[in-house]
Design a protein around this ligand. Structure first.
Ligand SMILES: C[S@@+](CC[C@H](N)C(=O)[O-])C[C@H]1O[C@@H](n2cnc3c(N)ncnc32)[C@H](O)[C@@H]1O
Length: 188
């Protein structure tokens, strides 16, 4: 799969430069909270995250704060998984849907213009995160009550406070950038 950031380029830059309105989305207590700026995960790291979660074609992969949609799109393209991206920024939702169509996986992925803290996570078997530590901590009780035993949570760069990870791995991109990835498996 080509790196979605390659064509990111003009279209996305123009869209983002036009400004955004996260407040258009409501959160659990009124207006949604903007938890992290848009910084895409390098594709090599995306692959490592999906491998760490052992994603397969039975999985439903939710990326909370899905940016340009690369994680659900990659999970669908590479593993035949279903994917759901949840993104507060409407232009990124539009861009993700366009990327999914370009990659021929629009039948497998859905992009929701919603607050990551307000979305129903009960269908998820895998949740991916690159949302910052505050976002992770706010999500903890939601993940705990929504996910079934066996579900996996993978976070890029940020831990979950005193939730002890099942695995911690390092991924390195061809440019030498290092990423730390955390895996938790939900238990009874
Ligand atoms: C660091 S980027 C990660 C993008 C993508 N997950 C990746 O790894 O390439 C964080 C994304 O979260 C989005 N975001 C921030 N707060 C959010 C919220 N409350 N609900 C949903 N998305 C949010 C931002 O707009 C941004 O696209």
């Amino acid at each position: 799969m080509p790196d979605p950031s390659r064509g990111l380029s003009l279209a996305l830059l123009v869209l983002l430069a036009a400004g955004c309105s996260p407040a258009a989305v409501s959160g659990p207590e009124g207006e949604a909270r903007y938890l992290a700026d848009y910084v895409p995960t390098p594709m090599e790291v995306v692959d490592r995250m999906l491998e760490l979660a052992e994603v397969g074609n039975e999985d439903v992969v939710y990326d909370l704060g899905s940016g340009d949609g690369r994680i659900p799109i990659r999970a669908a393209r590479r593993f035949g998984a279903r994917g759901v991206g949840v993104e507060i920024e409407p232009r990124l939702v539009w861009f993700s849907r366009r990327n999914a169509a370009r990659e021929g996986v629009e039948h497998l992925v859905t992009f929701l213009h919603q607050d990551a803290l307000a979305v129903d996570l009960t269908p998820a078997t895998v949740v991916t995160l690159y949302l910052g530590r505050e976002g992770n901590l706010l999500l903890r009780p939601i993940l705990r009550r929504s996910l079934r035993p066996g579900a996996r949570v993978v976070s890029h760069a940020f831990d979950m406070g005193d939730w002890v990870p099942d695995r911690v791995v390092r991924a390195t991109t061809h440019r030498g950038e290092e990423a730390v990835l955390y895996l938790w498996v939900i238990r009874e």
